[in-house]
Design a protein around this ligand. Sequence first.
Ligand code: SF4
Length: 497
Amino acid sequence: MKLLIYGHSFHYEMENLCRLFFHHQKIQVFENCREAQGEIVAITGLEPCTEGQKLSVSLRTPKGFDEKTEILPSGTSEGEIERRMGIALFSLLSAFCGIRPRWGILTGVRPVKLLRSLTGQFGQEEAVRILCEKYLVTPEKAELSRKTMWNEGKILERSRPDSFSLYVSIPFCPTRCSYCSFVSSSVEKSMKLIPEYVDRLAEELRFTGEVVKRCGLRLESVYFGGGTPTTLSPEQMRLLLQTVRDSFDLTYCQEFTVEAGRPDTITREKLEVLREAGVNRISINPQTLNDSVLQEIGRKHTAQETLDAFFLARECGMENINMDLIAGLPSDTLESFRNTLDTLLELDPESITIHTLSLKRSARIYQEEDGTTPEDDGAEAAEMLEYAGKVLPSAGYAPYYLYRQSRMVGNLENTGWSKPGCESPYNVYIMDETHTILACGAGAATKVKDPGSDRLERIFNFKFPYEYISRFHEILERKEKVEQLYGEFADGNVSKI
Ligand code: SF4
């Protein structure tokens, strides 16, 4: 489709709104342009008039032409103009496509953060009303956001000015799932890099531990993610876990998570290594318990292997297990999703995270479209989430973090549900961006948060393991910036804040 723009600078937001309705089409944006040929053409414009500014949004499609115009008085804020233009475009596209995305005109990844900010200004009841009426969020999604805000608030309160969390990246997986857009090197291709990667990573962890000591920071949570960290051998895992224990003070650490995502990487020996190292939360991710869907998405394991891995983890003493599911997987059905979730509830894990499929361009599956329209998929994925939203609270789970990604099926969301007290603080801290995350390993992004202001500085590590290894000296140089930043925030000593 074509998006024409004149007289304003809201390109990014208008393009994202178009993408809600046309996930898999290229949106061609033309600036300072009012006329173009094409099947579907949206025109968004703003021009001065005697009363102030005239806002016009129109849509030309094979079905015909529709237009919305509005006169905005002088002095209308940029944010308000953008919102009104968004609403006009949303309603035209919604009428044409016959769908109504449940998050309305919100295209950002953190709707709960917006609700928190509105609550701070207007109180909770009014904030929820604004979400529904001014941003066109459905009452169900607004209520989900409200509950999530409430539950995550208790975790956010635990973060202090000197708090930080540690993320350790293991960007390797046994094979690559077809929906994956993550920079995960499959072991088949990069097995030979793992030993050197582990050594460099241990060095970065030790270096980061020294920086933390000099800055006087307090560790709240440790999260090994990926990829699939349990792709490593038991010895490699032991080395990294022990390095964390030796390099950081874990006295106040609330959570030590290792993602053991793929059941085909989990063994008794590895689970024992995790237990011995004090890991108190793991994630075993079925995604679905339907074998034919697993095959379709390139997961080289069966549903039974997931169940076996779960029982083995329990046998090895793992008392806090998270399980991830994905709604909207290709060839999955509502009935199969319900069966999967019902089976998980029988297992009774401490938390269940329900993701919605997000198809980035880099995912293999993206190029393998079978002609099913994303809009159709969105309707079924929405029903899957509705089912989850009913059965999870009845089974004692509450939502505690929520985020959205671009190109999600049906423009839906990912929600972490947990039993009380079994939440992952790391998931809340990384989403809320109010707490420093020191990240080590390839593809890791450190976020240094000034406790006294909104300032958040990012330091990126190299994306690919081979770059990370070959340019490792630059990684340590970049880490030095953490200390420099804390010096700028608070005269070099966090305890003075
Ligand atoms: S396990 Fe996760 S990170 Fe690894 S290939 Fe599959 S989706 Fe990607």
